[in-house]
Each structure stands twice: as C-alpha cells, then as structure tokens.
Design a protein around this ligand. Structure first.
Ligand SMILES: Nc1nc2c(ncn2[C@@H]2O[C@H](COP(=O)(O)OP(=O)(O)OP(=O)(O)O)[C@@H](O)[C@H]2O)c(=O)[nH]1
Ligand SMILES: [Mg+2]
Length: 334
C-alpha cells in the first residue's frame, strides 16, 4: 500500500512528464484514468488533482453522426487544418457499442493516417468495455489529461447509435453533428433530439455526385434550425457543408468554431456550460455507485454544496468529489 505522499510523488512525476510533451506518459496517464481497478483509480485521482489547474484551456469539440457519414475522415481533414493554423489537436473516441472486435478502431486508425502520425496531434481510440456512463466519465477525464499535455483543441468522436451523442455533448463545449447528403435525420439513424443538441451541423460529402444533394440537405436543416430554440442564448446553431475528401468547407467550419469560442467567452457561456456539465457528472458518479441508499443518507448530503463550489472553482474533479461523499456515507454504516 502506497502512502499518500508516495502517490502524490508519482502523480507529480507523471504530471511533469505529460506537461513536457512526453507521448508515452500521456498515453500511460489516459490508460490510468480509463482503468477500472481500484488502485489505479486512486492513482488516477492523485494525477488529476495534480494536473487540474493546468486543464480547461482547450476548446472541446464533440463530433457525432451516423455510421459511415465520414466522422473519422472529417476529423482527419479538420484536425490537419487546425494544426495548420497553429493548434495542437487531440482526438478521443467514445464507442459504447458492441463493436469490440477492433474493426472500427482499426478503421479509424487508417482513416486518420496522417493525423495520427503528425507531431501536433494525438489520436486515441476508444476505451473498450463498460457502460456508456463509465466510458463517458473516463473520456471526460482523458480530455483533462490531454489539456494538461498542452493540446488546445480536443475532439471527441462518437458514432451516433443511441445515447452516445448526448454523452458527448455533455462533456464538450461545442457539439458538431455530421450528416450525409439526401436523407432526413430519421433515415440517417439520428435520434430525435440530437439535432437540437447541435451547435454546428455539417453536411459532409459535398463533392462529386452528391454536391447538390448536400446543398439541399443543408438548406433544409438551416430552415429547421431557425425554428429550433438554440441550446444556448449566446449562439445560433449553423448549418454548413463540407467534404472530408476535397477539404471544401473545412476552413469555414473551423472559423465557425473560432466564432463559437469567441461568443462563448463573452459572458462566460462556455464556462457556464462546463460548470453545468461538471455538476451533472458529479451526480452520475454517485448514482452509478450507490444510488438508492446514498440518496437517503444525511451525512453525505451535507457535504454536497461545498464540493459543488470546489468543482466550480476548479479545485477538484467531479469524480474525486463523488468518492469523498461516498467515503462519508460509508463512514456512517456499521
Ligand atoms: N465522397 C466522399 N466520401 C467520404 C467523405 N468523407 C468520408 N467519405 C467516405 O465515407 C466512408 C466512411 O468514412 P468514415 O470517415 O470512416 O466514416 P465514419 O463516420 O467515421 O464511420 P464509423 O466510424 O464507422 O461510424 C469512407 O469510405 C470514406 O472514404 C466525403 O467528404 N466525401
Ligand atoms: Mg469513424
């Protein structure tokens, strides 16, 4: 059993190596936060506590869309464009589906061939196994680790097959929905409500034989988007077209991201979003572990306001706060 001092020392060393740009340390740290072993969890919490003040400075972009719409190809083009503008790009994937044979991960690797090799990028395939909630929490923490490593742009790809879009929208600043030309959202397998989550909608494959269909699809969605209530009062969702293959429209989407970031900085719009997300995650942590009995425990309930305040001020992760509450709860049991 390691003492707290020894754990802090190890966390400090790993944090230092991450900050200095050590790729292997970054990969190791993400493996640590993804681990479900209790002893790794302690080390991960120590690491996250050490790096927390260095996190939060990136733009977090969630990218979703039906299978085959071109998410990975788009991220390759989009990520390379961002790098050409001087940014450093980390890509994380969330894949809660049962496709664990390695197929999609392998596919993503080959489709992001150039980005994966680029010195300004870090591409991490999805953690395998576990519930969506578990995968989502680990990805949220992996975002923090990437930020501590100096990545100023973090993209989270998820395949739109259920609740995963919501999970990704709940851990990012900007939710970008990719669509294919032609079909309406039901036909594309987009669940009701997902379009309403989007800050940006991009109709991909605006090239070759599908260029006109892409334009029509974008116009249809732009009309629909005007009728929707925007997810936030400070940003009106936009609909654009692009081609991951020719690169058309990619620069415009990046510009829209920059404008979103600017708008979200005014009156702390993005900060408020993150604050709401962090509080939501705190509660997911608790309910996953001990929902029913925990909710009736007064000793734990008393600690909640102070911990939420600490999350707000950036002093603690939602995960670490949840474990503190559970410890207080367990302390009351015989
Ligand atoms: N014409 C055209 N084809 C594209 C474009 N983007 C992607 N594709 C093709 O569409 C197919 C799927 O692309 P992916 O990037 O793997 O799509 P994905 O959404 O990541 O797929 P999953 O991860 O399996 O859900 C591939 O054959 C791509 O070459 C595009 O802009 N134009
Ligand atoms: Mg993909």
């Amino acid at each position: 059993m390691q003492t707290d001092g020894a754990k802090a020392l190890l966390a400090g060393e790993l944090a230092g190596r991450i900050a200095s740009g050590d790729r292997r340390a970054l990969a190791r740290a993400i493996t640590l936060v993804e681990s479900t072993r209790a002893e790794d969890r302690e080390k991960a919490d120590a690491l996250l506590a050490t790096i927390l003040l260095k996190t939060g400075k990136s733009i977090r972009i969630g990218i979703s869309g039906a299978p085959g719409v071109g998410k990975s190809s788009f991220i390759e083009a989009f990520g390379l464009h961002a790098i050409s503008k001087g940014h450093r790009v980390a890509v994380l994937a969330v894949d809660p589906s049962s496709r664990r044979g390695g197929g999609s991960i392998l596919g993503d690797k080959t489709r992001m061939a150039e980005l994966s090799k680029h010195g300004g990028a870090f591409v991490r395939p999805s953690p395998s196994g576990g519930t969506l909630g578990g995968v989502a929490r680990r990805t949220a923490e992996a975002i923090l680790v990437c930020e501590a490593a100096g990545f100023d742009t973090v993209m989270v790809e998820t395949v739109g097959v259920g609740q995963s879009e919501t999970a990704v929208a709940d851990m990012t600043d900007l939710f970008l929905l990719l669509l294919a030309p032609g079909a309406g959202d039901e036909l594309q397998g987009i669940k009701r409500g997902v379009v309403e989550l989007a800050d940006l909608i991009a109709v991909n494959k605006a090239d070759g034989a599908t260029i006109e269909a892409a334009g029509r699809t974008a116009a249809d969605y732009a009309n629909a988007a005007r009728l929707l209530r925007p997810p936030t009062p400070w940003w009106q969702p936009r609909v654009l077209t692009c081609s991951a293959i020719t690169g058309a429209g990619v620069a415009e989407i990046w510009r829209a991201v920059e404008e979103f970031r600017k708008a979200g900085g005014v009156q702390s719009g993005i900060k408020k979003r993150r604050s709401a997300q962090a509080k939501a995650r705190l509660w997911t942590e608790i309910s996953d572990a001990l929902m029913a009995s925990f909710k009736s425990d007064r000793a734990a309930a008393k600690l909640i306001p102070a911990l939420e305040a600490k999350i707000d001020s950036g002093a603690i992760t939602p995960g670490a706060a949840a474990r503190e509450l559970l410890a207080a709860f367990r302390g009351r049991k015989p």
